[in-house]
Design a protein around this ligand. Structure first.
Ligand code: ADP
Length: 285
């Protein structure tokens, strides 16, 4: 149900009466609807539970858009109202996931990753799913991965009794092993949550990034994320590699990087993710 204040705000914003809201499913955190006006469709999402979550999304969409490499839905309006954050976006009609669209997606993501960034981290913390994501700037990826990514999640898992003392010790061992596992790294803007629910192939083979958790990191993070729940079409990876070749043996590091989203899932959704965390960890210690 859309609160009356949000309905009224949307009608005021467009200076027209808007009533044709249709629920859009698939999101896990925010409420989302589609509505149309004069043959144009809009996507609206709102949240009054997690302060700042939609505001950070706006900043993230702008950061991606500013690099001009890959599309994001146009931001129509962001508003704070009665404790809600409300975001109206251009509605992206889904097109066909064609060979050309995967080709475009791989190349455009690679182009985004080619843009250099000043450090690992971000100007401020943001969110990964419903959890706060720590982004204190670090000058090397190893420290960033340990201190801003894994350690905060391990602290939470410890507090929730989701990992034992011995398992936490194995993570310390992993940290010591990282110099021999990681290749040379460079920071660039990453989407930060690039699983298959966070992009849309629009019309005309045009990929759009949505729902980003941007920061500056090593680009392999984004590529690993694409493998988290099944992987993308092989054309995507070929196209990425043609544009910006990955360091050797990337495939052997996928589970390492995905320890972060798996720990996030463990902390958010509980023990169902425990075995995935431990089996990935054991590959590197
Ligand atoms: P949440 O923040 O709750 O995870 P999402 O932003 O992922 O929500 O959006 C929920 C659903 O809406 C997803 O299925 C997504 O594909 C779709 N969606 C998101 N943004 C748009 C948009 N601009 N146009 C059309 N569909 C969208």
């Amino acid at each position: 149900m859309i609160p009356n204040a949000i309905r009224a705000f949307i009608s005021d914003f467009h200076q027209a009466s808007v009533n044709n809201f249709i629920t859009v499913g698939g999101g896990s955190i925010n409420e989302a609807y589609k509505y149309s006006l004069n043959d144009t469709s809009y996507f609206v999402k709102f949240n009054n539970q997690i302060e700042g979550i939609i505001e950070k999304e706006v900043e993230a969409l702008n950061a991606i858009d500013n690099l001009n490499c890959i599309a994001t839905p146009q931001i129509i309006c962001f508003k704070k109202l009665n404790g809600y954050e409300i975001l109206i976006l251009e509605f992206i009609n889904s097109g066909i996931k064609s060979h050309q669209s995967w080709e475009n997606f791989g190349r455009q993501l690679a182009n985004m990753h080619k843009e250099p960034a000043p450090f690992y981290g971000w100007e401020e913390n943001n969110f990964i799913g419903a959890l706060e994501q720590s982004n204190k700037p670090q000058d090397n990826f190893r420290d960033f991965f340990i201190h801003q990514r894994l350690s905060p999640q391990l602290g939470l898992a410890k507090k929730k009794n989701l990992l034992s003392r011995n398992e936490l010790k194995l993570f310390d061992k992993l940290f010591l092993n990282l110099p021999s596992i990681l290749p040379d790294t460079k920071p660039s803007l990453v989407h930060g949550d690039l699983w298959s629910g966070n992009f849309i192939i629009g019309e005309n083979d045009r990929p759009y990034l949505i729902d980003p958790a941007v920061h500056y990191s090593f680009r392999e993070i984004d590529l690993a994320f694409t493998h988290l729940f099944g992987g993308f079409d092989s054309t995507f990876y070929d196209s990425y590699q043609n544009q910006y070749r990955l360091e050797p043996n990337f495939n052997e590091r996928i589970d390492l990087y995905n320890l972060y989203p798996l720990l996030v899932h463990l902390n958010l959704f509980g023990t169902g993710y425990y075995h995935s965390v431990i089996s990935s960890l054991k590959k590197y210690v």
